[in-house]
Design a protein around this ligand. Sequence first.
Ligand code: COA
Length: 345
Amino acid sequence: MSLPAPAPFRNPRAEFNFIGRSCSITGVGSAVPERIMTNAELETLVDTTDEWITTRTGIRSRRIAAPDVFTSDLAALAATRALAKAGVSPEDVDLIIVATITPDMPFPATACIVQQKIGAWRAAAFDLEAACSGFIFGLEIGQQFIMSRTYETVLVIGAEKLSSIVNWQDRNTCVLFGDGAGAAVLQHRPDSHGLLTACLGADGRKAELLSMPGGGSRCPATTKSVADGLHFLRMDGKETFKNAVQAMHSAAKEALRRCALDITRIKLVIPHQANLRIINAVGERLGATAEQVFINLDRYGNTSAASVAIALDEAVETGRVQKGDLVLLVVFGAGLTWGAAVIEW
Ligand code: COA
């Protein structure tokens, strides 16, 4: 079967892709730890209140993984669910990409550990690091392999155990983050345009805004680096906030422009779930209605690379995204990094 008659939007991939093969998401899945940490529980750990957290961030609870559950466990569970929904067996996966800032360990790649856990023996596997933007970076990389006919099936996973790098004594950051994973199976489907475009960006001049200084070659682990708290996530909240709104808005606008789409044509905007005020500001600037914008950060907080993947899975599961709908994903994270993608579901 060939692609349907020209759709009332522009498909930049079809125009510029001389190979002419589209890439669709054929299955999504997610996994979050069972344990729910409420704002009330955080009140017992740091000098904060449910009222402050709710009004400043929109977060009411987050999921926290048990000590013996690692990023790869959450990733493997999300991947297994996504593969089941796509009707694909693990042996058919050609490539596994895991986007994460909380790998099980610096090396080997968490993607290799996931490969072992799900039994995807034929797959190549690697990690990518674009912080909270990682899932869209993964989609874009994965779709290049599908488009070029290098691979038939690519598994893209965003997975985090942020509770392992959060300073539970720092009220500025510990209230914001949670653990979880989301996964997508990428394949060619002749009857769908799939991923229409992805705009990615980065600005290393602002790397200091959001980082974990310790543990790399610049600052290897020492007794002093641990005592100084260099192995915890650090953030300049206000500057990060401003940059997030600006970058997410312009990336989303550019993605829509490339597809000759007006925001009214988008069924659902799925933004990175970092702060309700950021989401609202981006939604307003884009002219999206409240119904068009997907929100689940009240239950999960910021799960970094897993955020839009979990949200996409929930949106599909609850019927808010259906076949043929146009979906706009938009993300922002440390690096700085950002991105937006338009998908025909
Ligand atoms: N509970 C109570 N008070 C808190 C608090 C908490 N959990 N965290 C910070 N505060 C205090 C601050 O210490 C500050 O007190 P001060 O005025 O006495 O110094 C006050 O609240 C206001 O802090 P401010 O930084 O002005 O708050 P804000 O409105 O900027 O909100 C964030 C803070 C972190 C919620 C917000 O900046 C944010 O969400 N930034 C983006 C974070 C993000 O998305 N990061 C990930 C990007 S992928």
